[in-house]
Design a protein around this ligand. Structure first.
Ligand SMILES: Nc1ncnc2c1ncn2[C@@H]1O[C@H](COP(=O)(O)OP(=O)(O)OP(=O)(O)O)[C@@H](O)[C@H]1O
Length: 637
């Protein structure tokens, strides 16, 4: 049984409906240790036959048998493995990968073996030394002469330790001296017991082989043995595997470095989009935080006031209301409270009007009490503005003084004026025209006038942080009796949560507008990857000839998109933090607040979204690359 047998191989190309027969029944068999020269006129079908033998073309009729096993029914993946393990290609135009060094070019097929990295490098160096290139390993292909390039391609063809070498016009681009040297190397390879098939136009080159096969018009018209074949090699060849993700990433990285200027521009384009989104979100956090901080420094957000839903209902609150509200989840306590409007405070001849007086001490943020304390029995807390009405230059001197306080109550359904003397317990720096006394004090002032105090609103204290305010408010708003909602709510928390909703809305709209630039960068990535596929078409053909799978090629472009996405988003995040640092340190002097607050979540969002967009953008171009026909790719200019 021969090592390789061709049985009645026929191949036609079709131009529209016209059949163009190139191979018209080829029967040949080859053994290891032979150096066979395939001679023939131009257009005679030599390369077509080599592509079939090399497993690059499976659209033919007849059969190719390797050690008696047919390649006919092999799947794409089996043919990839066949090329990796069995075939080494040497091309007339060398077909080296231009952005890889000589050493890295030879390493490509070695990365498709099970050798360790160290063994791969050692073997690549050994092969390059064998072809006389030990001093040129770190050069790029364009830094070598034609003869040197062909030696690299021989070293590469031998790297995966194939059983058969297919050399299509290996000396076509070389001078006579180099031609002889290359033919000697090929003869040595045959001597090592491998099968060497050399396609040539030159009788002189053909005479170098152990056998000459002549093709005319798609048929074999001569098969001549020139000398004895060499003994075939019985050695085990290297185990093969597909390219690892790590090897593909390394190739991508080399390619990105090779085209560094273009890739930097693309990264910069992506960076602008991601930066805009991340920065907008950070600015939103800052503005929302700043507004909340400003409001909460005035009032306590966890204290909310409950009034009747029906604004015409002036009835007082009952104990049943207190227990109903106390039962709501998240409510810490419910205080009966009393409020009155149109207050007059008098100190001797001077007087001040205060819009509103309330017993809900909890509403005041104690940090804002600049002098004194919260009001105890018989005391009142007033604002700095009110105190200034009595002593413009030294408003705090009012603390501890007794003032006359008048307000309106209701007795027998009619307004009833109440006047009482109260001690100023403290002065608060509040923007709201309010004064605060405790519920007991109001109760006593009313009972002194024969009126029993009844709460005209309730103060609900919410447990936990500010984030609990909205859910508790919603539960309270939902309380109903006889199908009617019972309560409405006032309090800073209500305003702040509405405000936050508007701020969030504005931030998301702005971030979405900034996100349009992400769309532009996605289109940019698609275009760049398509250009990359076009530019690397030949490389794709070479990799496929060396045994890379369609999946490997797809991954080559997906990993390029991944790299660009990671670089642009990480640099966008770094830039956001740098600009945040700059702006915050400038603005802090004015507002004592960090107005830009890019969170870890915002940064992670930026990176994840960039990676997702780039991966999506890579789908079409990477598929195009993977589906390219290896033979057409190899002939790409
Ligand atoms: N993809 C294709 N579509 C149509 N015709 C093709 C295709 N590839 C090759 N041919 C034709 O098939 C014939 C054989 O081509 P092939 O390249 O195998 O010849 P060759 O013997 O290697 O020629 P040369 O020595 O000039 O390289 C030629 O006439 C060529 O035009």
């Amino acid at each position: 049984m021969s090592f390789l047998e061709l049985k009645n191989i026929e191949k036609s190309y079709y131009l529209g409906k016209d059949e163009f027969k190139v191979l018209k029944g080829i029967d040949l068999s080859f053994d290891k240790g032979e150096m066979v020269s395939i001679l023939g006129e131009s257009g005679g079908g030599k390369s077509t036959l080599m592509n079939i033998i090399g497993g690059l073309d499976s659209k033919y009729s007849g059969d190719v048998l390797l050690n008696g096993e047919s390649l006919r029914h092999d799947t794409d993946k089996q043919l990839d493995e066949y090329r990796r393990k069995t075939i080494g290609f040497i091309f007339q135009s060398f077909n080296l990968i231009s952005h890889l060094t000589i050493l890295d070019n030879v390493l490509v097929p070695l990365e498709m073996t099970t050798l360790s990295k160290k063994e791969q490098v050692a073997r690549a160096k050994e092969l390059l030394t064998k072809v006389g290139l030990q001093d040129h390993m770190n050069k790029f292909p364009n830094q070598l002469s034609g003869g040197q390039k062909q030696r690299v391609s021989i070293a590469r063809a031998l790297a995966g330790d194939p059983e058969m070498l297919i050399a299509d016009e290996p000396t076509g681009a070389l001078d006579p001296e180099n031609t002889t040297e290359i033919l000697q190397i090929l003869d040595n390879i045959a001597k090592e017991g491998k099968l060497v098939l050399t396609v040539t136009h030159s009788e002189k080159v053909a005479d170098y082989g152990t056998r000459v096969v002549h093709m005319t018009d798609g048929k074999i018209d001569e098969d001549r043995t020139l000398r004895d074949k060499y003994a075939e090699s019985k050695e085990e060849t290297l185990e093969s595997k597909t390219l690892s993700f790590k090897s593909i990433v390394k190739m991508t990285w080399d390619n990105i470095k090779y085209n560094s200027k273009r890739n930097l521009l693309i990264i910069f384009g992506g960076l602008i989009g991601i930066f805009s989104v991340v920065f907008m979100l950070g600015l939103g956090n800052g503005i929302r935080g700043y507004i909340n901080h400003e409001i909460y420094s005035q009032v306590n957000p966890n204290s909310i006031q409950i009034s009747h839903k029906n604004t015409n209902d002036h009835s007082s609150f009952k104990d049943s209301d207190v227990s109903r509200l106390s039962a709501v989840k998240g409510v810490k306590s419910v205080d009966k409270a009393y409020a009155s409007s149109g207050i007059q405070i008098k100190d001797g001849k001077k007087s001040a009007q205060v819009a509103y007086m309330t017993s809900s001490i909890a509403t005041i943020n104690t940090d804002n009490i600049k002098r004194g304390t919260t009001p105890k029995d018989g005391e009142i807390l007033i604002t700095k503005t009110t105190a200034k009405s009595f002593n413009k230059n030294n408003p705090y001197s009012l603390v501890g003084k007794t003032v006359q306080v008048s307000f309106n109550a209701v007795k027998d359904g009619k307004p009833y004026p109440i006047t009482t003397n109260l001690k100023v317990s403290g002065i608060a720096d509040s923007q709201t025209p309010i004064s605060i006394i405790n519920y007991n004090t109001i109760g006593k002032s009313l009972s002194a006038n024969g009126i029993k105090i009844e709460p005209n609103f309730l103060n609900v204290n919410i447990s936990g942080g500010v984030s609990n305010v909205t859910p508790v408010q919603n539960r309270i708003k939902a309380l109903s009796a006889d199908g009617k909602k019972l309560y409405s709510i006032q309090g800073a928390g209500a305003i702040v949560s509405t405000l936050n909703t508007y701020i969030n809305l504005a931030v998301y709209v702005l971030a979405a507008i900034a996100g349009i630039s992400l769309l532009v960068s996605a289109i940019m990535i698609i275009v760049v990857l398509y250009i990359s596929v076009a530019e690397r078409t030949k490389e794709i053909g070479i990799l496929r000839a060396l045994g890379a799978t369609k999946g490997n090629i797809r991954m080559l472009f997906v990993s390029q998109a991944l790299f660009l996405g990671i670089f642009s988003s990480v640099s966008a995040v770094v830039l956001s933090y740098l600009i945040q640092l700059g702006i915050n340190s400038t603005v802090y002097g004015m507002i004592h607040y960090s107005i830009i607050q890019v969170s870890i979540g915002n940064a992670a969002f930026g990176i994840v979204i960039a990676v997702i967009i780039n991966l999506l953008a890579s789908i079409l171009p990477s598929n195009k690359g993977a589906k390219l026909d290896p033979i057409e790719s190899l002939s790409a200019e």
